[in-house]
Design a protein around this ligand. Sequence first.
Ligand SMILES: Nc1ncnc2c1ncn2[C@@H]1O[C@H](COP(=O)(O)OP(=O)(O)OP(=O)(O)O)[C@@H](O)[C@H]1O
Ligand SMILES: Nc1nc2c(ncn2[C@@H]2O[C@H](COP(=O)(O)O)[C@@H](O)[C@H]2O)c(=O)[nH]1
Length: 204
Amino acid sequence: MQEKGLLIVLSGPSGVGKGTVRKEIFSQPDTAFEYSISMTTRSPREGEVDGVDYFFKSREEFEALIEQDKLLEYAEFVGNYYGTPVDYVRETLEQGKDVFLEIEVQGARQVREKFPDGLFIFLVPPSLSELKNRIVTRGTETEDVINNRMTVAKEEIEMMNLYDYVVENDQIERACDRIKSIVVAEHCRRERVEPRYIKMLEVD
Ligand SMILES: Nc1ncnc2c1ncn2[C@@H]1O[C@H](COP(=O)(O)OP(=O)(O)OP(=O)(O)O)[C@@H](O)[C@H]1O
Ligand SMILES: Nc1nc2c(ncn2[C@@H]2O[C@H](COP(=O)(O)O)[C@@H](O)[C@H]2O)c(=O)[nH]1
């Protein structure tokens, strides 16, 4: 029987579709992962809700969390801090539930050091021009920020060989299916029962 949950890390360059794919996965009723809501100093985008999309913090508040060792990982990404609350992740894994992080690559590297047995998945775009097209079409960043994110994206894509799996986000549904299949396969490989199947085993 499963003792601890699996830590699943989804990373990849800005604009590849990590948030879109994650939201689609979590909208599906058979998804049994727990999403770890990140902290950020970035301002909320239109429609974003504190405690749902992110915990929005001031720089002072965020730096206090760093001082208090409350973050599993954190990174400064294009001028803002982003970080993962450590207590939530550890407590949820201890309960035997899978935890899903959607984070950029500097943070994923830090998580790999602390959780070498985590499952690290890198999402890639079909091409760099499609990546730019997606950031531009999203319409949430200024031209300067888009150019910065594209420069960082090229460096990030070079890191893909540090991951366990690379998944192309050509179509949202297909990328979600691939990620969910990888998780099922990894549970089997690690001889752990995936949380959504545990109930089935409890039936006499
Ligand atoms: N497979 C896809 N095909 C076409 N467009 C997509 C696909 N996946 C996501 N998109 C679009 O690309 C844009 C960027 O997606 P999203 O915000 O999810 O990326 P992200 O990787 O989370 O970005 P960031 O790292 O900047 O937060 C959105 O407008 C989204 O609708
Ligand atoms: N290292 C971390 N990166 C994170 C975290 N939460 C989100 N992110 C990543 O930051 C960028 C920018 O996000 P955006 O919402 O401003 O577009 C993106 O790659 C996110 O995946 C985190 O806790 N730690």
